[in-house]
Design a protein around this ligand. Structure first.
Ligand code: FAD
Length: 803
């Protein structure tokens, strides 16, 4: 084994092998993979090898498409067969809701260039004769589904990497990792040490243990997973290979394996494996079978596919593999550790391994993953993902792998975990809560405790009239919203203004003022949007998306000067309340001595104030787009602040409102939000944020690329639509049609109660952004006429928020 390497990849499963290959492909040759035993010795060797392109996150779906297309390339380079069988696949619906879900998945696939088709039960039964069609209502057909040989794929990556210059060392375990002051690593193994510039944790089942070597607790947990293989079936003799099928009602996937069928389940009563530590002596072992646990699923499966039930079980496989709480991979650099990268929690290595390797290698070599991988970024998790939280969420995710997640469905595991001081007050007011980063926040308020729950639906649900009443209160009198679920940063120091000016695209505000600003990467793409508030010459309060706190911090720390600026995340030290609506000023004025008139405290002002007995920061700004104020206080004061606002609000028609109403109102104002309208695939001019880019500054990150975008206009444009919807509104990820062709995608949608219109925000090609007619938006399989609005649906001139 060599003593120095540019990169050490820990783990020779399908993911580590893919990372290694992609690093060599990107031009890094001095790369070394260290494997504890033989390649595939973790979860890879006993995988069923199934692969498919469909994923809830369109950006992850794209990487899955890439992975499947890659197999030809690595077969060609390595001469190693990947055992690819592209059979095509069926997703079988047993209920109307599932068929709706499939229609939505098909629609989303359309703008990703996927060739999905909704077919009748009869058609499905013709394609897949093993099914008993009486149990189903329809199906979706995907021509690009199939399976591979896990051994073949891993070795094809590994050999291709070796041909590209990589070295692979087997039977060698990394036992420790020690950072050196120069940012390099000592990789300690049981067979000598290696000094590496970069380390990649691709240790799969042992990713937690490797994480602990550097002091981090990665939110991954292995679950036991079982599949069975039947004996040879006469029904398959002489037939062409059967399709893959997913039967959602039985939580079952099924495909042909030689002369029989392979059937696996994601059963409700899933069981975690090695909840705290993974034994190092676990080799190419299987776990004891537990058919009783999956019996309810098998019963459904055998009823739905009777010939499979009759065939008899030849073999059962029970093996562990890892999941993150949301089931998506954990990829990227770890904040606070120099040159330490992860590629783990990959639960679908044969659909995702290639995309993970590509994204990570680009990130390491070019400093940027080259694609929008927010859904896989390890930075999407924070301190709340404790071992027990991860355990609860992974179990839930596993048991729901084939369940429908409705757009208004909040999942119950690991709740309530984090609450603010007014949680009980809001409960008493019949709040229906959502979970955001483990934090309970109010979504809407019901008239009674009995009604305080969501009836899950793809269509307008039971919350609709109550959200309408909340929006109308904001429009006509005043609304009170909890806004604690934002990320906040306290930024100080003599160089703070200069640093912010470089990191943010907009002008740094004057003392007492607020500026909205995009944050851009060097490619001029959006990697954040912030409310920048200036308290003093050398003191700022920055508000952004809480889920992205670590993502932002990783970026901030990369660009911090050695001295002169301190950045402190303070998300839960400051919690907040917002009052909005025409009466909000008069209401708040009863509690503060400062003059809140527009002359004295104009729109976008920010100041320390005392609100009754409570000290806090008050900003004259509201995401509702109406006159409004955001008040930030330290957590200990929030209850008192709430009580005084509620008390004062009695004379001003104050009504509580929640996140659903806020979402509807910000869409009425065409205000975008992180991870929906603002993502690293869009530039600020495409996203309609051009006015927040200050080209008078000679330097800020992304300036050159953004100047080019400004000159060219960019390829895309964010547009607001009024939709002729009936009982279901767009929610995001629906295709936008123009003149009979899919041209774009919706990023957010809702019913705008203040304007009494169904609305959607979405991206279309810039060349089409001026088209007045011909747009349609597909909602649950039906195309609805959509009218492009030239400005925001509500108060397009912005007079109300400035009044
Ligand atoms: C029963 C079953 C069925 C499955 N079916 C499918 C399927 O149909 N389709 C699909 O896409 N996925 C399937 N999977 C999941 C798939 O197996 C995983 O997504 C994939 O194996 C993850 O690969 P990995 O490289 O991340 O991890 P692993 O395969 O666990 O690889 C990690 C490697 O790192 C090595 N290692 C760990 N620590 C160290 C150390 N300190 N030093 C040196 N080496 C170390 C290990 O020995 C191991 O070889 C299935 C899994 C199971 C269990």
């Amino acid at each position: 084994m060599k003593s120095h390497a540019q990169v050490v990849v820990i783990g020779g499963g399908v993911v580590g092998a893919s990372v290694l290959y992609h690093l060599t492909k990107a031009g890094w040759k001095d790369v070394l993979l260290i494997e504890r035993a033989e390649l595939t010795s973790g979860s890879t060797w006993h995988a069923a090898g199934g692969m498919h392109t469909v994923n809830g996150d369109p950006n992850v779906a794209k990487l899955q498409q890439y992975t499947i297309e890659l197999y030809q390339e690595i077969e060609r380079i390595s001469g190693q067969s990947c055992g690819v069988h592209i059979t095509g696949g069926l997703m079988l619906a047993g209920t109307r809701e599932r068929l709706d879900w499939l229609k939505m998945a098909k629609a989303r696939g359309r703008y990703l260039g996927m060739d999905l088709e909704i077919i009748s039960v009869d058609e499905a039964a013709r394609m897949f004769p093993l099914m008993d069609k009486t149990h189903f209502t329809g199906a979706m057909y995907d021509p690009i589904e199939g399976h591979v040989d896990p051994y073949g794929v891993t070795h094809a990556y590994a050999k291709s990497a070796q041909i590209g210059g990589a070295e692979i060392v087997r039977q060698t375990r990394v036992t420790d990792l020690k950072p050196r002051p120069d940012g390099t690593w000592d990789v300690i193994t049981d067979r000598g040490n290696v000094r590496a510039e970069h380390v990649v944790n691709a240790a799969g089942l042992w990713a937690r243990e490797v994480g602990r070597m550097v002091g981090i607790e990665l939110p991954v947990l292995a679950m036991e997973h079982q599949y069975l293989i039947t004996g040879d079936m006469p029904e398959l003799k002489g037939q062409k290979e059967q399709l893959h099928a997913i039967d959602f009602e039985g939580e079952i996937y099924i495909r042909q394996e030689r002369g029989g069928m392979l059937m696996g389940t994601y059963e409700r009563a899933g069981v975690p494996w090695s909840e705290v530590t993974t034994p190092w002596d676990f080799g190419q072992d299987l776990l004891p079978n537990d058919l009783e646990r999956i019996a309810p699923s098998l019963e459904v499966g055998f009823a739905h596919f009777p010939a499979v039930g009759a065939a008899g079980i030849r073999k059962v496989v029970n093996g562990p593999f890892t999941f993150a709480p949301d089931g998506n991979p954990l990829v990227g650099p770890i904040r606070g550790l120099k040159n330490f990268w992860v590629a783990c929690g990959v639960m679908a290595g044969f659909s995702q391994g290639g995309g993970v390797g590509l994204a990570l290698s680009r990130w390491m070599v070019d400093g940027d993953p080259g694609a929008d991988i927010w859904g896989m970024d390890v930075a999407r998790y924070g301190d709340w993902t404790t071992l027990a939280y991860t355990n609860a969420k992974v179990r839930e995710n596993y048991s729901r792998r084939f369940s429908i997640r409705f757009p208004n469905e909040e999942l119950p595991a690991a709740r309530p975990l984090r609450t603010t001081p007014i949680y009980e007050r809001l409960q008493t007011a019949h709040a229906v809560f959502g979970d955001y980063c483990g934090l309970e926040h109010p979504l809407w308020f019901a008239p009674s405790a009995a009604e305080a729950h969501d009836q899950v639906s793809f269509r307008r649900s039971n919350s609709h009239p109550h959200v309408a009443a909340e929006c109308q209160a904001v429009q006509n009198s005043a609304g009170l919203l909890e806004i604690s679920n934002y990320g906040k940063f306290d930024i100080r120091g003599p160089a703070a203004a200069e640093w912010l000016s470089r990191v943010m695209a907009n002008r740094v505000p004057a003392v007492g003022r607020i500026a909205l600003t995009p944050m851009l990467n060097e490619r001029g793409k959006l990697i954040g949007d912030f409310t920048m508030c200036r308290l003093a010459q050398d003191h700022f309060f920055l508000v952004g998306t809480y889920a992205a706190e670590r993502y932002y911090l990783r970026w901030f720390e990369r660009h911090l000067p050695p001295s002169g600026v301190s950045v402190r995340p303070c998300a839960m030290e400051y919690v907040g309340l917002s009052v909005a609506g025409p009466n909000s000023r008069a209401l708040l004025q009863t509690l503060v001595r400062d003059d809140l008139s527009t002359a004295a405290f104009p729109f976008m002002s920010f100041r320390r104030m005392e609100i009754g007995m409570v000290p806090g920061y008050v900003g004259r700004v509201s995401f509702t787009g109406d006159l409004g104020f955001e008040i930030w206080v330290t957590t200990d004061y929030q209850r008192a602040l709430y009580d005084s606002l509620i008390q004062a609000g009695r004379d001003f028609g104050l009504k509580l409102f929640g996140g659903r109403a806020l979402n509807a109102m910000r869409i009425e104002k065409s205000f975008g939000t992180w991870a929906r309208e603002y993502r690293p695939i869009y530039g600020p001019f495409e996203a309609g944020l051009g006015r927040f880019v200050d080209f008078n500054k000679t330097d800020f990150i992304g300036r050159a690329a953004t100047a080019e975008e400004k000159a060219s206009g960019g390829a895309l444009r964010l547009v607001t639509f009024k939709v002729d919807a009936t009982d279901a509104d767009a929610i995001g990820d629906e295709p936008i049609w123009h003149d009979g062709k899919t041209v774009g995608w919706v990023t957010s949608g809702a019913f705008g109660h203040r304007v009494n219109q169904s609305l959607a925000l979405g991206y279309v090609p810039a060349a089409l952004a001026g088209a007045d007619t011909g747009f349609e938006i597909e909602i649950i399989g039906e195309r609805h006429k959509a009218e492009r609005l030239t400005g925001a649906a509500f108060d397009p001139g912005g007079a109300l928020m400035r009044r």
